[in-house]
Design a protein around this ligand. Structure first.
Ligand code: SAM
Length: 228
């Protein structure tokens, strides 16, 4: 895997080299050819990538991949594409995939905005997950939040008709911002009965940031929108 460059000026993440354990480094070297997809600015042939055509789920900013690998293990009939910028998380997710002998998971280590824009074909994903994205709580940082109209439109256009966009956050002002931005997207319909939030999906494995939010006494807000 090569180190990536990020030409966008305002990013939803800060590039930090982070600590990478020996096991994660070995995973990055040895397992990348099996699970990794290099970023390139041409649309991927997802059926060829996974070696079949099956319902596809993408998780953006999967962190350490707890939820992504658990879902892949629980749903062998679906394919899972993880997109994450931090190499240590990608290393961890590959180790977990290898331990569980998962064959239905592939990872891209690059800015999800660019991956969606250039690499993911239109109407190719049945579900997109965005769980506990960085809330960037300070007002001057709000422009770094992933959930903005152009990003939501990128996601919506890559969903199949009736495909789902599921989001969760433990930061109430971000939850309200998500609700506002997603509700304003004409390609998406809120599946919440009262047009606000939905119950926590039972199948989600608590992620590192979900647990952190719990420890801090935060609530959790879940959203689920369907591509119309
Ligand atoms: C607050 S963490 C949450 C991680 C995980 N979803 C969880 O719940 O534990 C946000 C994650 O999103 C990743 N991220 C932020 N912006 C991203 C982007 N543009 N493309 C890919 N990953 C991104 C970060 O590297 C980080 O791992």
């Amino acid at each position: 895997m090569t180190e990536n460059e990020y030409p966008r000026s305002i990013r939803s993440f800060v590039t930090r080299s982070g600590r990478i354990t020996d096991a994660q480094q070995r995973a990055l070297e040895q397992l990348w050819p099996k699970y990794g997809i290099e970023f390139q600015s041409a649309p991927l042939d997802l059926a060829a990538t996974f070696g079949r055509t099956a319902p596809r789920v993408a998780e953006i900013g999967f962190g350490n991949g707890e939820n992504l690998t658990a879902l892949a293990a629980a749903h062998g009939d679906r394919d899972f594409l993880g997109i994450e910028v931090h190499r240590s998380g990608v290393g961890r997710a590959m180790l977990a995939a290898e331990e569980q002998r998962l064959i239905n998971i592939r990872l891209v280590c690059h800015d999800a905005v660019e991956v969606l824009e250039h690499q993911i074909p239109l109407q190719s994903l049945d579900e997109v997950l965005l769980l506990f994205p960085d809330p960037w709580p300070k007002k001057r940082h709000h422009k770094r939040r992933l959930v903005q109209s152009p990003f939501v439109e990128l996601v919506a256009a890559r969903l199949t008709p009736s495909g789902l966009f599921r989001l969760a956050t433990d930061w109430q002002p971000y939850a309200e911002h998500m609700l506002e931005v997603l509700s304003a997207c004409p390609q998406l319909q809120n599946l919440s009965a009262d047009r606000t939030f939905v119950p926590r999906p039972e199948e989600r494995v608590p992620t590192r940031f979900e647990k952190r939010g719990e420890r801090l006494g935060h609530g959790v807000w879940d959203l689920c929108f369907r591509r119309v």
